[in-house]
Design a protein around this ligand. Structure first.
Ligand code: ZN
Length: 285
């Protein structure tokens, strides 16, 4: 079975604040190592369960999505990294040939409190992202996109909020809670050395259960999709001009953008585009 692991940074064991996951933070280099180790634990668990191939896709949007330390990455997996991938930037390696998706280091959706570094796609630009009127997060995007391809979500690691939000839509998924959120930038953490065997065990269990046919693709929500993105700041002149040239975007009021998409590959890309749609003349995504 081919296993797809999406690795983000906000839900990595031991990390609680924005400075932990941005290149300016004093511990960023060390934290890249922690991120790599959590991902490796999931890779190890997947192979222990009998995976034939494990693809790790980098999902953390700083440094052009090149944050894992390649010389520390598990030797048996491969890694998709860098910006400008074909398809959705964070799910370019996800297709029908994948047997199960594991979410490592994921986080709660925008608007969650508590919820360590909770956000949806762009913390700086988006206050909230809604789909069909309900707030959604990155894990929801993955569950829906994977569901379109017939692939189940098998595991999530992160804080208790990320775990609860995935459990609510994919109750069959393994949840590995590596820290308890106390606020948006505080938590009660176990040492990463203790979290890693938990992630490994969760991944092994998830892949075994996927092979046994015990996991379901999430299909309760399907396209076409209607999103509303609530911006933190009013639409800029550049953004207004860009969006006015694109039929799939509608400026609903000065802080709310409506987006339509026939499938979640385009849904992902269109919502992500809004995060840089204030650059003059940029209308490609
Ligand atoms: Zn991230």
């Amino acid at each position: 079975m081919k296993v797809f692991i999406s690795v983000d940074m906000e839900g990595i064991s031991g990390l609680v604040r924005w400075a932990d996951v941005s290149s300016q933070g004093i511990d960023f280099e060390r934290n890249r190592s922690l991120m790599t180790a959590d991902a490796n634990a999931a890779v190890e668990g997947a192979f222990a369960a009998g995976a034939t191939e494990v693809i790790v896709e980098e999902n953390h949007g700083v440094e052009d999505l090149c944050v894992l330390l390649m010389d520390e990455v598990h030797p048996r997996c491969s890694v998709i990294r860098g910006a400008g991938r074909h398809g959705s930037t964070t799910a370019a390696g996800l297709d029908e040939s994948v047997g199960v998706v594991l979410l490592v280091g994921h986080h709660g959706r925008a608007g969650s409190y508590p919820g360590i570094m909770a956000h949806t796609i762009s913390y700086g630009m988006f206050k909230l992202v809604r789909l069909g009127g309900n707030p959604i997060g990155e894990a929801d995007f993955f569950a829906i996109r994977a569901g379109e391809l017939g692939v189940p979500i098998g595991m999530v690691s992160g804080d208790q909020i990320a775990a609860e939000q995935v459990s609510a839509i994919c109750p069959w998924a393994e949840t590995v809670i590596v820290k308890e959120a106390l606020g948006n930038q505080s938590g009660h953490c176990i040492p990463p050395t203790r979290a890693r065997p938990m992630i490994q065990a969760g991944a092994e269990c998830a892949v075994k259960r996927a092979m046994a046919g015990e996991l379901e693709p999430f299909t309760a929500i399907s396209g076409p999709y209607n999103f509303e993105v609530e911006l933190r700041n009013p639409v800029s002149d550049n953004m207004r001009e860009n969006l006015n040239s694109l039929d799939e975007f509608e400026i609903l009021d000065d802080k709310v953008i409506g987006i339509t998409a026939p499938n979640m590959n385009l849904g992902f890309r269109r919502v992500a585009y809004l995060g840089y749609a204030d650059r003059a003349g940029v209308t490609k995504y």
